[in-house]
Structure formats: structure tokens, C-alpha cells
Design a protein around this ligand. Structure first.
Ligand SMILES: [Zn+2]
Length: 370
């Protein structure tokens, strides 16, 4: 079977996008855009059947605003889904996702990125579950009062607090998937020790191929495989290849003063930041052209995990609309078939390709959420 036919036949899942951040005024998810990496027409072209929409809560959000902010993000996703209900519908279980997909629509899966969303109250987990949220990434790039981030070099405590452990137990009980991307090594260990369900690392790569704190060591990959979980390979250049930082860091250093002055103005506002730094990201892209960080680099990470633990624990976690530097051949979600093409080229069987594209995640989704 040719790779495009195989891609169309397969149930394709993307475990992580930040497109909800773009769903502001005048945004129309049904219109093919040149900005960003995702909209309904491009999801269709990319053959994506199930898309996870992460609702990201920045670490600095005041505690009393966290739940409101997450609710607002879920609202904006729901509004877009409602406007385009012939094309897309929210799924709350694997069974429901399969029904939506077989009706010719895209299944939208709601995720929360950063456990600060629950504002230290387990009742908020129940609230988000009731709203349809089916995974929560425990932490982001700063530690919280109950969970240590992979980026934290001076952690105040180890891994998870007692409350953090309670969060894991409550998620197990509710049937919400635990996502350990962004979590420290110790957190992943502690989660795996007590979880009664398979977990995911929705958007992480292989540390042995790119030594970044966001990536997973061989030990972690083996432990997640033993748990029956899934690792979604992230498409961000900085997690895929050490060549990325070697090119980008000198450009960042050379522009330090200008970057600092912009940061002082945008103050971490994601959308403003993306606009204000467009010139810098364009410079990165230009310098990275000759590096050839591309679809093959992504598939190298897949290969590595397959050799380590087999093909049953891998998925795709693009991080589209969350990262500012994407590999050649994967600049937006319409290019997803390029991954299948590369897998076919490398001699993967049809069954293994179908598992990697979505089957593995569907196994976890079914086990945790029904
Ligand atoms: Zn992330």
C-alpha cells in the first residue's frame, strides 16, 4: 500500500497542540490560515482523526484565576467546535472518538497543560472532568507547590508532595489520563509507582538523541513502556536535535539586549510574544535551513524507542502552535503524511505504522476513559 493511502486508512492522533491559544476574537477554525500550524482544512489535509487541544495555564497565573482561565479556554474551543459541528466534535471516551471519526468528523480531545489549573483543590479536577477534560499535564516549565518541573534545577522538595500524590490517585479514579511531559525525573518515578492506569508523555522526545531536560531517558522510556503508556514525539527542533541549540544560541546571544527589552514589554503574554519575536524566529529558521532538522529527525526518535522497547509505546505529540521552530517537512499539521512516508521508507510494517500513528494512544485512551 502506498504511504498516503495507508495514512488515510490509519486512525491518526496528535497528542498535543496549543491551538486554543489562537482561538481569540475573529478566529475562525474553519478557514485555512497561513498563520499558525492548525485549522480544520489543514487537519483534514493532514489526515488527523483525533486532535488533542491542550488548554495551557501559565505558572504565574494567580491561583484565584486558574480555574477561570482554564474554563475560558475550554469555552473558546467549544465555541469553535459548535460553529463547525459538521467537521469536528468533542470526544470524552475512546468509544465516542471512534463514533465521531467514523461519522467523518475530527474528534477533539480536551487536555489541560499544567496542574496549577486545579488551584490546589481536587474538586476542580472533578469539575474539569465533568467539562470533558481527559488528560492533564501535571506541570509546565516552573515547579508548582505540589509538583517539580523538569526545568527546575533547585527543587524545593522531591517529586510530588502528598497532595500531588492525591492528584494522581484522583485522576486514576476519575478516568483522566496522567501526562508526565514537563515533569522531573523523580515525578515520573513517583507517578509510575502509584498509578493504576497507563500514563502518557504527550509531547517529549528521546534524551539519548538530544540531551534536553524535556526529553526522556532510556530508563524512563522503559518504565513508561512497562506501564503500558505512550510517548508522543514532540516536533520542536530544540528537543529533536542538539544541532538546533548550536545554531540558535549564538543568534539569541547576539540579540540579547533587544530580546530583553521586548520581554520587558510583553511580560510573558504568549500571543504578544509570538508577534514581537517573529523577526527572531525568522532568523532562526533561516539559519536552521542548512541544518536539515526534518521529518527524518523526528522518525529517528521513533526508531530509537522502537529499538529500545518495541513499537507499542509511541505516538505523535506535535506541539503545533506551542513551539516556534518546526522541522522542515512538518511546518504545519497538513504535512503529517510525511511521517508515514518516512516510516514506510524505513521498512515499518503497516501494523506498526498504524500503532504509531494512533493505535497506541487509542489503547491508553480506551483503558483509562472507556
Ligand atoms: Zn508543553
Amino acid at each position: 500500500m502506498d504511504s498516503l493511502a495507508l495514512h488515510k486508512k490509519a486512525l491518526v492522533v496528535d497528542l498535543h497542540s496549543d491551538t486554543v491559544l489562537r482561538m481569540k476574537e475573529r478566529f475562525d477554525f474553519g478557514r485555512r490560515d497561513t498563520a499558525g500550524s492548525m485549522d480544520i482544512p489543514r487537519l483534514r489535509e493532514g489526515g488527523i482523526d483525533l486532535q488533542v487541544f491542550a488548554c495551557w495555564i501559565p505558572a504565574k497565573t494567580p491561583r484565584e484565576n486558574c480555574r477561570v482561565r482554564a474554563d475560558e479556554m475550554i469555552d473558546s474551543l467549544e465555541n469553535q467546535v459548535k460553529l463547525h459541528n459538521n467537521d469536528i466534535a468533542v470526544c470524552r471516551s475512546a468509544t465516542e472518538a471512534r463514533e465521531i471519526i467514523s461519522s467523518g468528523r475530527i474528534a477533539a480531545f480536551i487536555g489541560i497543560e499544567n496542574g496549577v489549573a486545579i488551584a490546589g483543590d481536587l474538586a476542580n479536577l472533578d469539575h474539569f472532568y465533568a467539562r470533558g477534560v481527559r488528560y492533564m499535564t501535571l506541570i509546565h516549565t516552573s515547579s508548582s507547590e505540589w509538583c517539580i518541573s523538569s526545568a527546575d534545577t533547585t527543587p524545593k522538595f522531591e517529586g510530588l508532595t502528598d497532595f500531588g500524590l492525591d492528584v494522581v490517585r484522583r485522576m486514576n479514579k476519575l478516568g483522566m489520563i496522567i501526562d508526565v511531559s514537563h515533569a522531573s525525573v523523580k515525578v515520573v518515578e513517583e507517578v509510575l509507582k502509584i498509578t493504576t492506569s497507563p500514563i502518557i508523555a504527550s509531547h517529549s522526545c528521546v534524551y539519548a538523541l538530544c540531551a534536553h531536560d524535556r526529553n526522556l531517558t532510556d530508563e524512563q522510556i522503559k518504565a513508561i513502556a512497562k506501564n503500558g503508556g505512550v510517548i508522543g514525539i514532540n516536533f520542536f527542533g530544540g528537543y529533536l536535535s542538539e544541532r538546533w541549540a548550536a545554531v540558535v544560541d549564538p543568534i539569541t546571544d547576539a540579540n540579547r539586549a533587544r530580546i530583553d527589552s521586548i520581554n520587558a514589554i510583553v511580560k510573558g503574554d504568549f500571543v504578544k510574544e509570538r508577534e514581537a519575536f517573529a523577526w527572531l524566529f525568522a532568523e532562526f529558521d533561516k539559519a536552521l535551513e542548512k541544518e536539515d532538522i526534518n521529518v527524518a529527525t523526528v522518525v529517528d526518535h521513533i526508531d530509537y524507542i522502537v529499538k529500545l522497547v518495541g513499537p507499542d509505546y509511541i505516538g505523535l505529540g506535535s506541539d503545533f502552535d506551542g513551539v516556534y521552530s518546526l522541522p522542515n517537512g512538518l511546518k504545519d499539521c497538513s504535512m503529517m503524511p510525511n511521517i508515514t512516508k518516512e516510516l514506510v521508507k524505513r521498512g515499518y510494517s503497516e501494523t506498526d505504522i498504524e500503532q504509531i500513528l494512533g493505535g497506541n494512544f487509542m489503547r491508553v485512551f480506551q483503558a483509562v476513559c472507556g
